[in-house]
Every structure is written in C-alpha cells, then in structure tokens.
Design a protein around this ligand. Structure first.
Ligand code: ZN
Length: 330
C-alpha cells in the first residue's frame, strides 16, 4: 500500500478517576497544554480532557475520561497499550527527577534503552508513563510559564503495546498500517512509519510503536488507570477511507466513520486485542476555539448544546489555574 495513509500516532486515550487531579498531574506537574475540555460523546456526564502541545498536534495528544469516584478500575496487562512515553531533551533529565522528588511522584531510576535514557513513573491512577530523554526531537515546547521551555515535554515519544506474541500485530502494522520494524531489545520490538521522513511532523519522535511480547503476562482488564485505545494519524477523509477498505479486505472489522468533532474516526481491534483508532488530522482543535483560547471553554458537540445547562450542572468544576499554581516552582 501507499505508505502515506498513516503518518504516525494521533492520540492516546486513557481512563482516570478525579478530573481535577488528572488536570493537576498532566497540565500542572507535566506541563502539557489543556487543548480541549469537552465531554465523553457517549456519556455526557463525564469530561473528555485533551492535553497536548500548543495546538494539539498529532503525536502529542493524550486524552482522558475522568470517571470520578468509580469502582471501574482496570489492570494493566497483555492486549493493551500499556506505557505511554513522552519526549524530553537530554538536558532536562535532572530537572524532571528533581520535580518528581519535590512533588513526591515516585519513579524508577533512569535506564538506557535504544540509546535513550528512560524514566518510568505513574499517574495518580496508576497509568504507566515514561519520559524518554533524546536530542532527536525538534518539535517546539509549550509552557504555561511554570516550567522552563527548554526542559518542557515535546509531545509523545511513542506507545507500547503489551502482547502475548508479536507476529500478527507486526503483520498488521507493517503490511497494512505503513509501519516498518526498526529494531529490537530483548522482548521489545520497535516500529516506525515508513512515511516519517516526509511527514509534516518532520521527525521520528511521537510516532514510535513498541511491541512488548510476553506469553506469561496476565491479560489486562480495561478501566481506570489503563489506556482505552491508541489512535493513528491519517491525513484526510480520503486516506482514512483507503485504510478502512484495506482493513475490511483483510478481515478486520472497522467501525463506520464517527464524527469526533476535532477528527473523524474509525475503530477496530488488532489481533492481540488492543483497540486501534484511525483518526483524521483535520479539522483539529482550532475547529471551535482560537489557538490562544484552546481549552478554556467547555465545548459541546452541536447535538448536545440544547442540554448544556443540565450537562454543566452534572460536571464537577475544574480549574486549570489551580493546577498550574499548585505545581509552580520557586
Ligand atoms: Zn480516540
């Protein structure tokens, strides 16, 4: 197939509990920009919070459904996208360890993997995260001013799929989704889109997919503290249609195209059980807010506007200012 149908990662969506605590961690501690505050289109009493770089470019977007005090807890295991990694410059390693110490976030000692230095930590709901220190990432940083720009997170580094075996998922990635195998370390196999050089993003960071295969691992259970799905980036509705036709012809069962307001989406399960989405790059997060106002209003899809009063009454108020202040240094 043409390798321009998929240009890399688009977003990663996970489940959380308390929305303010989620905002505190991702915008406050990690310094990601809240690029959109909306609702779960299928459950309007739950927020859908989007974090990313300044404009919410593909390859930087981490999103959450914070369900509040819900017993619906997940367990990380095979058949899931497990650890999500974020890219930082090498000279930011000290800054982030000190920041974690200061705010009592426990983390594992830095380790080296594929020539990058990696720090593992978890969010307040136990979601696995990493910082990957590298000097290959040329994407511009974003900051609310409480983290120096030179040490700020640049977006994703990549996503890690936990599988019982790698062969079928590798075949999907390399034969139908435009990825190629680029290296392995133990039970970790790494893939990158073939189109990455011509992609607008301009470099590899933000697009890596690793398969960690281990037949002895327990299956994961979806719920709070786990990734719900990962989304790949496709340039247009036309290329999405192309991917969908390929998937159908190969026996996968993609959904119809769903309007997610900021992108159009299809979903399907990959052979190892992870939910994959293919999301269009346009229209993007400036669809209903200017760049400078991204994330400031509660945005509802048009069909829910008539219910705005009721929806706002049921959502716990959250404050970005509070999050940024709580994690301001000095
Ligand atoms: Zn999604």
């Amino acid at each position: 197939m043409s390798n321009s149908l998929i240009t890399g990662l688009h977003h990663i969506t996970a489940m959380a509990s308390d929305p303010q605590r989620n905002l505190d961690f991702y915008a406050g501690l990690l310094g990601l920009r809240l690029v959109k505050k909306t609702i779960n289109f299928d459950a309007p009493d739950v927020y859908h919070l989007y974090y990313g770089d300044e404009t919410g470019k593909a390859g930087s977007i981490m999103t959450f459904f914070p369900f509040g005090a819900s017993p619906y807890r997940g367990r990380q295991g095979t058949g899931q996208a497990a650890t999500t990694s974020f890219s930082i410059p090498v000279n930011a390693l000290d800054f982030w360890q000190k920041r974690f110490d200061q705010f009592q976030v426990s983390y594992k000692a830095p380790q080296t993997r594929f020539n990058e230095v990696v720090i593992y930590f978890e969010d307040p709901d136990g979601l696995g995260l990493e910082l990957v220190a590298n000097d290959a990432d040329t994407r511009p940083p974003f900051t609310y001013g409480h983290i120096p720009a030179e040490v700020a997170i640049r977006g994703f580094w990549g996503s890690e799929l936990w599988e019982t075996s790698y062969e079928k998922t590798e075949a999907l990635l390399t034969q139908h989704l435009g990825y190629e195998f680029i290296g392995e370390a133990g039970v970790r196999r790494r893939y990158l889109p073939k189109s990455v050089d011509s992609a607008e993003k301009g470099n590899e960071a933000g697009n890596f997919v690793d398969i960690l295969w281990d037949s002895t691992q327990r299956y994961g259970v979806g719920g709070i503290g786990t990734v719900h799905h990962i989304a790949f980036d496709t340039p247009t509705d036309e290329t999405q249609k192309g991917v969908r036709e390929i998937l159908l012809s190969k026996g996968f069962m993609p959904t119809e195209v769903l309007d997610r307001q900021y992108f159009h989406s299809i979903y399907f399960r990959e052979p190892g059980g992870v939910l994959f989405e293919i999301a269009t790059n346009p229209p993007g997060f400036t669809f209903d807010e200017t760049i400078e106002n991204l994330g400031t209003g509660l945005k509802l899809p048009p069909w829910q506007e008539k219910n705005r009063d009721q929806i706002e009454k049921h959502l716990a108020p959250i404050s970005l200012e509070k999050s940024v202040e709580a994690y301001r240094v000095g």
